[in-house]
Design a protein around this ligand. Structure first.
Ligand code: PEP
Length: 250
């Protein structure tokens, strides 16, 4: 039985002092016995966020990392810096990073390998544009993203990974994928992982849905057999995130 994982993605929001205040006010409501709860926060928020959630079951994640260990890469953040700061998860290949910062499937793969090398759990994002969905190539596209992201990743590592299926047309738009659309792609991703590895790995890996998830849409989405929780943007900046974490108690 896979444990659900509900992760917030704050994107470029919240100053360090606001991050600490938000977590201190909302951490009790966001704790869960049944799901892993993660806040992925801007780099400068990591240290105050880790401090704020100390003693709770909540973990802090990063929104990115670089695939080199150290050196002349101005502005980048290395895996060991994240680990030393107390980070456990890292989002890799979010569609905003692919669109605005030229991330490719190949750099995503390098970052996934680097995350595993340092014991970080990657939350690997994939998903299609509206045009790709309309052209009927969603599953082919997402399968390609997954196959490249997992190149040279071992089955033992893959079992610990988290994949976030995020249709780009649903991110930040208020348009949520239907339960059927989300489950169809998450099932296809699990099948793809089964083909790359084996049934045991496919059964172990956790696959989230992301894209305008709200307290209203979470219960039905997260009840699907192949959807193991969500990656939540806008709604993770509000106290309502606690309702998403406790989607099964509404
Ligand atoms: C995201 O940033 O990954 C996301 C899904 O955003 P939102 O929930 O705001 O659509």
């Amino acid at each position: 039985m896979r444990k659900k994982i509900i992760a917030g993605n704050w994107k470029m929001n919240m100053t360090p002092s606001k991050a600490a205040a938000f977590l201190n006010e909302n951490k009790a409501a966001c704790e869960s016995d049944t799901a892993d709860v993660v806040f992925c926060v801007p780099a400068v928020d990591i240290i105050p966020a880790v401090e704020a959630v100390k003693g709770t079951g909540i973990e802090i994640g990063a929104e990115n990392l670089y695939f080199q260990d150290k050196g002349a890469y101005t502005g980048e953040i290395a895996a060991d810096m994240l680990v030393d700061a107390g980070v456990k998860y890292v989002i890799i290949g979010h569609s905003e990073r692919r669109e605005y910062f030229a991330e490719t499937d190949e750099t995503v793969n390098k970052k996934v390998l680097k995350a595993f090398e340092y014991g970080l759990t990657p939350i690997i994002c994939c998903g299609e544009t509206l045009t790709q969905r309309e052209q009927g190539i969603t599953i082919d596209w997402v399968r390609m993203q997954i196959k490249i992201a997992f190149l040279n990743v071992t089955a033992e590592q893959a079992k610990k990974a988290v994949i976030a299926y995020e249709p780009i047309w649903a991110i930040g738009t208020g348009v949520v994928a239907t339960t059927e659309q989300a489950e169809e792609v998450c099932t296809a991703i699990r099948k793809c992982i089964g083909e790359i590895y084996d049934a045991e790995t496919a059964d172990a890996i956790r696959i989230q849905y992301g894209g305008s998830v709200s307290a209203a849409s979470a219960p039905e989405l997260f009840a699907q057999p192949d959807i193991d929780g969500g990656l939540v943007g806008g709604a993770s900046l509000k106290p309502d995130f606690a309702k998403i974490v406790h989607y099964d108690e509404q």
